[in-house]
Design a protein around this ligand. Structure first.
Ligand SMILES: [Zn+2]
Length: 214
């Protein structure tokens, strides 16, 4: 089978999406782009993460053609493909319906820099306007709004994060969910203090010099 290592990682991190509380049931999807081979390993559509085996992972090319696999790829495959085409620094995409990120997405609230950790996304976490799930319209608006951020809320739907590898994409998803909860809590009791732009620029630099990929 092609992309052995990537298949393993899709299975492992799919289970981590559930065990970390970022998704439940069959919600969400994830992929890795091996740029050297020009192939994408993507989670199958509608399968329980704990029943998904390496052979169930679907291999596509960048045009979305099926290269290997018996399962149907995730219904959001366009979302993954469009992001890889638009961003040469992105090799992994994670999409979840985590509770707090989806709450903010349903309010249409982008997340301002209320915590230094927002720098893992950029100067904020933007919100892409609503489009029907599984459509190329959704893939288009998300790609348009993510620009050079590493996370984007999808209105009335959920969250997408990207990374240079699956681990960084996953860490960003966990962090954005944490920040979303903190933002929601602060807004419940008052007006959160937003960090100034210069400080966010400083944090971004610090993250980079720490060898953390931002
Ligand atoms: Zn979704």
């Amino acid at each position: 089978l092609k992309l052995d290592r990537e298949r393993e990682l899709i299975v492992e991190y799919g289970q981590k999406l559930v065990s970390s509380g970022l998704t439940s049931g069959t919600g969400g999807n994830l992929s890795i782009f091996n740029r050297r081979e020009g192939l994408i390993a993507v989670s199958p559509s509608g399968m329980d993460y704990f029943k998904t085996l390496e052979k169930d992972v679907v291999i596509l090319d960048l045009e979305g053609n099926l290269v290997e696999g018996k399962r149907k790829p995730t219904s959001e495959k366009d979302l993954h493909l469009y992001l890889y085409r638009a961003r040469s620094d992105v090799n992994a995409v994670i999409h979840v319906h985590s509770v707090f990120a989806t709450t903010l997405a349903s309010l249409g609230w982008e997340i301002p820099p209320i915590s230094y950790l927002v720098a893992l996304s950029g100067s904020k976490v933007p919100v892409a306007p609503y489009a029907t799930y599984g459509t190329s319209e959704l893939a288009t608006v998300v790609t348009e709004y993510i620009k050079d951020f590493n996370a984007v809320l999808m209105a009335n739907h959920g969250l997408v994060t990207v990374g240079e590898d699956l681990e960084s994409g996953f860490n960003r998803a966990e962090t954005v969910e944490f920040i979303s909860q903190v933002y929601w809590r602060t807004r419940c009791v008052g007006e959160p203090i937003v960090l100034p732009e210069e400080e966010m620029a400083r944090i971004t630099e610090k993250f980079q010099s720490y060898g953390q990929r931002t």
